[in-house]
Design a protein around this ligand. Sequence first.
Ligand code: HEC
Length: 247
Amino acid sequence: MLPEKLKTMLSDLPPGFMYLVVLATSLALVPPVLILRARAVPSEHRRIHLIQNMDNQPKFFDQQENLLFRDTRSMRPRVPGTVSRSQMIGDTHYFLGTVDGEFATTFPSQVEVDEALLERGRISFEIYCLPCHGVQGKGDGIIHHRAMVLLNAGTNGTTWVQPKSLHEEAIQDYPLGQIYWTITNGVRNMAGYKSQIRVEDRWAIVAWVEALQLSQDASPDDVPGAESLPTINNVIPGDDMDEEGDS
Ligand code: HEC
C-alpha cells in the first residue's frame, strides 16, 4: 500500500531501527506520566519547583553560615547598647503608674499639674473616653445609648456592659496610678489605650478624671468660704428645694 519510494527508504534503514523508534517513543511518555503522578499524589518531599516566584524564598536559618558578614554568622549579635521598648521601664511611676509594686498615689515628677495639663486632659478625655463614659464620666456616653437601643430592639447577638460611672465610690477612691493603669491596660470589658494615647496624655486624662470627680461630687465643704456664698434658696426667692422634693 505504501508508495514504492517510501518502501525502499524503509528497507534502506539499519536493521532494528523501527524497534528503536518505538522504544524511544515509549520512553518519551515516561516524564509526562511521572509529572502527572507527582501532581496528583501526596508526597512527604518538597515538590520540584521550577519557577520559584516567591513561594520559597532563599533565607538564612539560625546557626547557618552567611558570607555576607565578616564573622560569617547569619544570626546577628545585638548592637551594643540596644534597649527594647518594653525594657525602658526604669521609671515605673511614669510609665506604669506603680511605685514599689503598688499603684501610685501621686503624679510622677515629669507631670506638672497645671491648667495646660487639665486642658490637654479634657481634650483627650473627650476624644477617647467621652463616647462611652459620657462628658461628665457618668457612664452614659452616646455609645451606651446606642447599645441600649440595639438591646431593646432585640438585635441579634447584642450584649453590652455599661461603661462604669467614674463617680462610683470605689473608683473615686482609686489611687491616681490605678486610673492611669486602667487607661493603659484596660479592665475587663474595656480595652486599653496604650497604643493610641501617649504616656503624658494618659496622665493628663488622669488629671481630668480627678477634676471631674472633684467637680461632680463636690460638697459645699470643698469650697472655701462656702457658708458666706448665696445658696440657691436665697438667690431665687420662694424656690425652696425641699418643696420640690427629691423627684
Ligand atoms: C468603648 C467604650 C469605652 C471607652 C472608649 C472607655 N471605656 Fe472605660 N470602661 C468601659 C467599660 C465597659 C467599663 C466597665 C468594664 C467592666 O466592668 O467590665 C469601663 C471601666 C472603666 C473604669 C473603671 C475600672 C474599674 O476598675 O472598674 C475606668 C476608671 C475607666 N473605664 C476609665 C476610662 C477612661 C479614662 C477612658 C478614656 C481613656 C475610658 N475609660 C474609655 C468602656 C469604655
